[in-house]
Design a protein around this ligand. Structure first.
Ligand code: GDP
Length: 138
């Protein structure tokens, strides 16, 4: 189990002023921020980041949404980080997410669901590498 994962505080969260609240939740749950930056994803970046979903019917909408506003991307550290973040985030669809999860509290739809979290150690490594050099992780 790796102790790193990757998150995106998605455009709906930033638009609604929930960035700080979500970071507070992450810190309160023991995640350390190794690196954090504010980004406007280009269409090319969003398409590449979500490449595994290219064939899904919602792919064009997902890319439009993820490029609709500023996001924050961050590399996080905690024991069993991937599973810990997936648990804290809750289900993809906020209406099905457990009480107390970030998506339950801040998400508004299956698309605009507040936060991304890597789904495996392998993907965490790839996703961190998408935005950060190893030397930027502190
Ligand atoms: P995650 O790992 O929980 O983020 O879920 P997925 O990897 O399955 O999907 C990636 C992202 O695509 C989700 O976080 C949503 O923002 C979006 N998404 C997933 N399912 C749907 C859907 O059925 N419709 C739309 N419009 N977006 C979706």
């Amino acid at each position: 189990m790796s102790n790193r994962t990757f998150t995106i505080i998605k455009p709906d969260s930033v638009r609604k002023g929930n960035f700080g609240k979500i970071v507070s939740r992450l810190e309160a749950e023991g995640f350390r921020i190794l690196s954090l930056k504010k980004v406007n994803l280009s269409t090319k970046q969003a398409e590449a980041f979500y490449g595994v979903h290219r064939e899904r019917p919602f792919f064009p909408d997902l890319v439009r949404y993820m490029t609709s506003g500023t996001v924050y991307v961050a590399a996080l550290e905690k024991e069993n980080a991937v599973l810990a973040l997936r648990t804290l985030m809750g289900a993809t669809d906020p209406s099905k997410a457990d009480a107390g999860t970030i998506r339950k509290e801040f998400g508004e739809s299956i698309e605009q669901n507040a936060i991304h979290g890597s789904d495996s150690d392998d993907n965490a490594k790839i996703e961190i590498g998408f935005f950060f050099a190893e030397s930027e992780l502190m």
